[in-house]
Write a protein that binds this ligand. Structure first.
Ligand code: T4K
Length: 403
């Protein structure tokens, strides 16, 4: 274990790990079960287009979330596009505005922009990194049609307060729940809030379908519309009744999704154990704070999120990322620099003043978790961070020489 600063790889020590440790390394469920499902689907020669595995996956999602309908899709981004399109957010307004947090994966903003909507970026609240309801109302204009809240890091955003604002102003309310599968808000399972909530089952999510997504809704009419839109608007052979795209999930993705879902509780238990170990072993390091979880709610703990206060730690978040990458720990700085500073948004207008987003985007450090990482590796990662911070001045000097 690296307890002395000279052992760090940036000073010429051997990297702590011979193979890279990734944030987002996929969890695999029961491999035999997956293989037999794939064998069966090959035998059936039914590979996509609302096949039996997709239908079974959707039934399991309904059971799991308690939402009335779950419509499986090819990924989370298309799920959000479909949900935004099917709720007719734009209405008759050209360049209709949708209020979204800037601190999210760029897919949230892109999905809206792709439909010709204009994302209006809102700041976040510092404790949970989700959209700050206090700041939403000031952004509402006559062109505003919707709010998209994002549940980040396995913690829901302020659903109830957003709901009140949406109702007061007659706006649609959608949730990007790509990070919140298996989580609760005030005891209610994510999937049942707003007009619709969207999930991602991308390989990097704790429950994955290789690529995949789903839209959860309690609205029968919306669900029927979504099913049509997901399949080019087909209501039957030769019968196209609406505009649509190819948003379908394939059978092989559903095979993975079902297998992954069967291990869901085990994955959550591992994530939770990892999270607690990180919290314990990183405690007391100057300038480092772990994102807290509400013990009264269920979380999937799928991300281990720390914030680095550069002044107190003597090292910035980016310094620590560099130290860790040299050790083969591929820590990430999601969602730097924030959507408002990415294209095409940054060129379209002067980036809005979002001080909390800017601070959090500059200080958030994500560490590897999931089933591919064990207690010994976490202890090593924490030791590297502790050693680097305790020798911050020398580390900084070394990093300056390397750059
Ligand atoms: N909304 C939110 C809030 C989201 O976070 C996302 C997706 C979406 C919407 C859209 O949902 P999808 O349309 O993607 O279903 C990754 C994922 O690609 C993305 O799905 C996810 N959020 C985002 C948070 O993370 P990148 O750009 O970080 O991917 P990449 O290629 O750098 O991979 C991440 C790490 O995982 C790397 O260290 C490598 C490792 N990895 C990745 C894959 C794919 C593996 O070890 N094995 C793999 O198979 O976006």
């Amino acid at each position: 274990m690296k307890h002395h600063i000279d052992e760090l790889a940036i000073f010429g020590g051997q990297p702590a790990f011979t193979q890279p440790l990734h944030v987002g390394r996929p969890n695999l469920g029961d491999r035999q079960r997956l293989m037999s499902r794939i064998d069966e689907l090959l035998d059936r020669r039914w590979l996509t287009n609302d096949g039996p595995l997709v239908q079974e996956f959707e039934r399991r999602l309904v059971e799991f979330t308690g939402a009335k309908h779950c419509i499986a899709t090819c990924n989370g981004t298309v799920a959000l596009e479909l949900a935004a399109r099917a709720t007719e957010i734009a209405g008759a307004v050209n360049e209709a505005e949708v209020i979204v947090p800037a601190f999210t994966f760029v897919a949230t903003a892109h999905a809206l922009r792709w439909l010709g909507l204009r994302p209006v970026f809102c700041d976040i609240e510092p404790a949970g990194h989700t959209i700050d309801p206090e700041r939403v109302e000031a952004l509402i204009t006559p062109r505003t049609r919707a709010i998209v809240g994002v549940h980040l890091w396995g913690r829901p955003c302020h659903i109830d307060r957003l709901q009140q604002i949406a109702e007061r102003h007659g706006l649609a309310l959608l949730f990007d729940a790509a990070h919140a599968f298996g989580c609760t808000f005030r005891g209610g399972t994510i999937g049942g809030f707003g007009k619709a909530e969207i999930f991602s089952f991308h390989a990097t999510k704790f429950v994955n379908a290789f690529e995949g997504g789903a839209i959860a809704t309690n609205d029968d009419v919306l669900a029927a519309r979504l099913r049509l839109m997901r399949n080019f608007g087909f209501a039957g052979y030769d019968q196209v009744v609406s505009l649509g795209v190819n948003g379908k999930m394939s059978e092989v993705s559903a095979a993975m999704g079902l297998t992954s879902l069967e291990s869901c509780h085990e994955f959550i238990a591992v994530n939770r154990r990892n999270h607690e170990q990180y919290r314990h072993e990183l405690s007391g390091i100057a300038g480092l704070t772990m994102l807290a979880y509400d013990p009264g709610e269920q979380s999937n703990y799928q991300y281990v999120v720390a914030e680095v206060d550069a002044e107190a730690a003597g090292l910035s978040r980016d310094d620590l990322v560099e130290v860790l990458w040299a050790e083969n720990v591929l820590a990430r700085r999601y969602f730097f620099p924030g959507c408002h500073r990415m294209e095409p948004y940054v060129s379209a207008s002067e980036p809005p003043h979002l001080p909390v987003t800017d601070r959090v985007a500059g200080s958030v450090l994500l560490l590897p978790t999931g089933t591919t990482i064990g207690p010994a590796e976490i202890t090593e990662i924490c030791a590297i961070i502790r050693t680097a911070v305790s020798g911050a001045e020398r580390v900084q000097q070394k990093l300056r020489e390397r750059r």
